[in-house]
Design a protein around this ligand. Structure first.
Ligand code: FE
Ligand code: FE
Ligand code: ZN
Length: 281
């Protein structure tokens, strides 16, 4: 089972790899820079190279880089969109040092411009980034499914699909993937508790399960369709342990990497990793 959690990137790649091993994880997620935005520390090339060896020797990966929350490709102000574009391009360049990684981002919030305008802005940004990259990136870019909080784009599978279609039509050779966040889809109104098969069939029909590359494994503090996005510890929220048992064993999900983003410290994550491993049949 590929399972891990969000880790602090402050000590670099090698430290994250060793921390992952110490808590029973074989994958992990990290922020590429301060999640609230701002400049990134330069990547230590020796650290990245040492980590790649360590990861191969210890069966770690794929690692999942997460863009800052402040990145909003669908912002109304040009300054906001420029920051998003500059940040993502810079992140993808840095991730060339760790080939095979994935890069997850929140599609964005249209801030009142409407979902259609948001989809257009997000798609055109991704097209410019991937089109100007000079090669197919060593990193797979993932759109995260969102809770539909406020004016978030990506709360409906159709919105995710629309972005993928537009980007791939104008940046040939660049395949986008999707990260499904269990808390977000539940909060968005997809009933993964009572009808996991139905939700996955809908995802397959609209997006295609072949696009699904990662699962953000979070319980939710709120009810189905609440559009809140408040993560809860596994089994302590409204999704519940029985649903997670079905999720980690589902034939279409079980081979995907699971990344926890629950409100836990390292010891808590260690326990949740053991809990989820224990649910596997
Ligand atoms: Fe996220
Ligand atoms: Fe998430
Ligand atoms: Zn969330």
């Amino acid at each position: 089972m590929k399972i891990g959690c969000h880790l602090s990137s402050s000590g670099g790649y090698m430290a994250m790899g060793q921390t992952a091993v110490s808590i029973g994880a074989n994958v992990f997620q990290f922020f590429t820079r301060n999640p609230r935005g701002g400049a990134a520390k330069p990547v230590d090339k020796a650290d990245a190279a040492a980590f790649m060896d360590y990861a191969a020797a210890n069966g770690i990966g794929p690692i999942l880089a997460h863009a800052p929350y402040t990145l909003n490709a669908a912002g109304a102000e040009e300054r906001v969109r420029e920051f998003a574009e500059m940040t993502m391009l810079d992140d993808l360049k840095r991730l060339e040092l760790t080939p095979g990684a994935m890069y997850n981002f929140h599609p964005g919030s249209h801030v009142g411009q409407g979902a259609e305008k948001g989809i257009e802005l997000i798609s055109s940004m991704l097209t410019r980034i991937l089109g100007s990259f000079g090669k197919v990136p060593a990193t797979t870019v993932l759109l995260e499914t969102m809770a539909g909080k406020g004016s978030e784009v990506g709360g409906r599978f159709e919105e995710v699909r629309a972005i993928i279609d537009r980007v791939e039509a104008s940046a040939p050779g660049c395949a986008l993937g999707v990260c499904l966040d269990t808390c977000h889809v539940w909060d968005a109104g997809y009933d993964i508790v009572n009808d996991l098969d139905g939700v996955l069939a809908e995802f397959d029909r609209v997006v295609g399960l072949g696009r699904l590359k990662a699962i953000h494994t979070n319980d939710s503090m709120n009810g189905l369709g609440s559009h809140k996005d408040r993560h809860e510890k596994i089994g302590k929220g409204r999704i519940g342990l029985d649903a997670f048992r079905r999720i980690v064993n589902h034939p279409r999900l079980r081979d995907l990497p699971f990344y926890l983003e629950t409100p836990c410290d390292l010891q808590g994550y260690k326990e949740e990793i053991a809990l989820l491993k224990g649910l596997r049949i």
